[in-house]
Design a binder for this molecule. Structure first.
Ligand code: HEC
Ligand code: HEC
Ligand code: HEC
Ligand code: HEC
Length: 186
C-alpha cells in the first residue's frame, strides 16, 4: 500500500469514527415540555401524563422531604440534598453535564425526565426523524433496556430494594396502544 493511500484510509477511518461517536453523544437535553407536545394524546397512550403521575416526575421534589434529609444525614451528606451531587446524580436528568448540553426548557425540577431513559432529544425530536424508528435511534433515541434502569436502581441508592425489571417496568409502562402507531399525530 502506498503511503498516500494509507493516510487517506487513516483519515477516513477517523472521520467515520468521529461521525459515529459524536453525533448521538453530543445531543442536548431539551426537557420534558418538548416531548409533551407530541406525546400527550390519550389515543396515543398519553406518555406525558403517565410520566407526570408516576414516580420519576417527582424525583427532584422528593429530595426536599424530611425522609430525604434523614437519608442524607445517614449517608454522610452535609446540607441540602437538592444541592448535593450524591443525591442529584440519580434524581434529575443529565446531572453533572456542561451547561451547554441543556436547552432552555430543561428544568431540574422535572426530576427524572423522558430523556433520562430515552437519551438527549435535540436531534431525534423532529417529527420527520421521530416517525422513523431507525432514523430516531441513529439520532440518539434510546429504546431503554434493564441496564438503563440499573444505572440508578442499584445499591448506591440509600433506599435500594431489589430491582426486578419486568415488575418495575409494568409500574411505569406507557405504550402506544396497538393500532395507534403511525398515522397522524400531534
Ligand atoms: C414533533 C412531534 C414529536 C416530538 C417533539 C417528540 N416525539 Fe417522540 N414520536 C413522535 C412520533 C410521530 C412517533 C412515532 C410514534 C407513532 O408511530 O405514532 C414518536 C415515537 C417515539 C418513541 C417510540 C419509538 C419506538 O419506535 O419505539 C419514543 C420512545 C419517543 N417518541 C420519545 C420521545 C421523547 C423522549 C421526546 C422528547 C425528547 C419526543 N419523543 C419528542 C413525535 C414526537
Ligand atoms: C436517572 C435515574 C433513574 C433511571 C434511569 C430510572 N429510574 Fe426509576 N426511579 C428513580 C428515582 C430517583 C426514583 C424515586 C422517585 C421518587 O420517589 O421521588 C425512581 C422510582 C422508580 C419506581 C417507583 C419506586 C420503586 O422502586 O418501585 C419504579 C417502578 C421505577 N423507578 C422504575 C424504573 C424503570 C423500569 C426504569 C428503567 C426503564 C427506571 N426506573 C429508570 C431514578 C431512575
Ligand atoms: C444510585 C442512584 C441514587 C442515588 C445516588 C440516590 N438515590 Fe434516592 N432513589 C433512587 C432510586 C432508584 C429510588 C427509588 C427507590 C429505590 O429503589 O431505591 C430512590 C428513592 C429515594 C427516595 C424515596 C424513598 C421512598 O421509597 O420513599 C428518597 C427520599 C431518596 N431517594 C433520597 C435520596 C437522597 C437523600 C440521596 C442522597 C444522599 C439519594 N436519594 C441518592 C436512586 C438514587
Ligand atoms: C424511567 C425510564 C423512562 C422514562 C422516564 C420515560 N420512558 Fe418512555 N419508555 C421507557 C421504556 C422502558 C419503554 C419501552 C421500551 C420497549 O418497547 O422496549 C418506553 C417506551 C416509550 C414509547 C414507545 C411506546 C411503544 O409502544 O412503542 C414512547 C412513545 C415513550 N416511551 C415516550 C416517553 C415520553 C414522552 C416520556 C416522558 C414524558 C418517557 N417516555 C419517559 C422508559 C422510560
Amino acid at each position: 500500500m502506498s503511503k498516500k493511500s494509507f493516510v487517506v484510509m487513516l483519515v477516513s477511518a477517523i472521520v467515520m469514527w468521529l461521525g459515529a461517536h459524536s453525533f448521538a453523544g453530543d445531543n442536548n437535553y431539551v426537557g420534558v415540555d418538548d416531548c409533551k407536545k407530541c406525546h400527550k394524546k390519550d389515543k396515543k397512550g398519553a406518555q406525558y401524563k403517565k410520566w407526570l403521575e408516576g414516580p420519576h416526575a417527582k424525583a427532584y421534589k422528593t429530595l426536599a422531604t424530611d425522609d430525604a434529609k434523614k437519608l442524607a444525614e445517614k449517608a454522610g451528606v452535609k446540607g441540602d440534598p437538592q444541592k448535593s451531587e450524591k443525591c442529584l446524580k440519580c434524581h434529575v436528568t443529565g446531572y453533572g453535564l456542561a451547561a451547554d448540553r441543556f436547552g432552555e426548557k430543561y428544568k431540574k425540577e422535572d426530576g427524572v425526565g423522558c430523556e433520562s431513559c430515552h437519551g438527549a432529544g435535540s436531534a431525534y425530536k423532529k417529527k420527520k426523524v421521530m416517525k422513523d424508528r431507525d432514523k430516531a435511534v441513529a439520532a440518539g433515541l434510546v429504546i431503554p433496556d434493564e441496564k438503563v434502569c440499573t444505572g440508578c436502581h442499584n445499591d448506591e441508592s440509600p433506599t435500594f430494594k431489589e430491582f426486578k425489571f419486568d415488575e418495575r417496568l409494568k409500574e411505569i409502562a406507557h405504550p402506544i396502544p396497538e393500532g395507534a402507531k403511525g398515522g397522524s399525530e400531534e
